[in-house]
Design a protein. Structure first.
Length: 103
């Protein structure tokens, strides 16, 4: 298991933002291996209020849809997403629930 914590994680601080972290990676502030390890260990949230007209919940920053959106925007590559998914599938807590969308 990868013990890399999500950036900004603290017991009493605000929840970290996957959207912001992927933005830092896309801007070159985070190395690829660090990004892959961190995102694969990310505490993803369940998606709320999905609407076919807006497939990405814009009010949530820590869902698998955010990762899928980053792929579509070119912030991460297909290979990045495949490696992240491989590591998520190998986590001791398993992959996210089957009812959640995957990138």
């Amino acid at each position: 298991m990868n013990d890399t914590p999500a950036p900004g994680t603290s017991a009493d601080g605000p929840a970290p933002s996957l959207r912001a972290y992927l933005g830092l990676y896309a801007a070159g502030f985070v190395e690829r291996e660090e990004m892959v390890a961190t995102v694969a260990a990310w505490p993803f949230e369940g998606e709320e209020g999905l609407d076919e007209g807006h497939p990405e919940p814009t009010h949530q920053d820590n869902t698998l849809s955010v990762l899928a959106g980053a792929r579509l925007l070119g912030q991460v590559t297909r290979e990045d997403v495949a490696e992240i998914q491989r590591r998520i599938d190998g986590r001791p807590d398993g992959p996210p629930g089957r009812d959640e969308r995957r990138p």
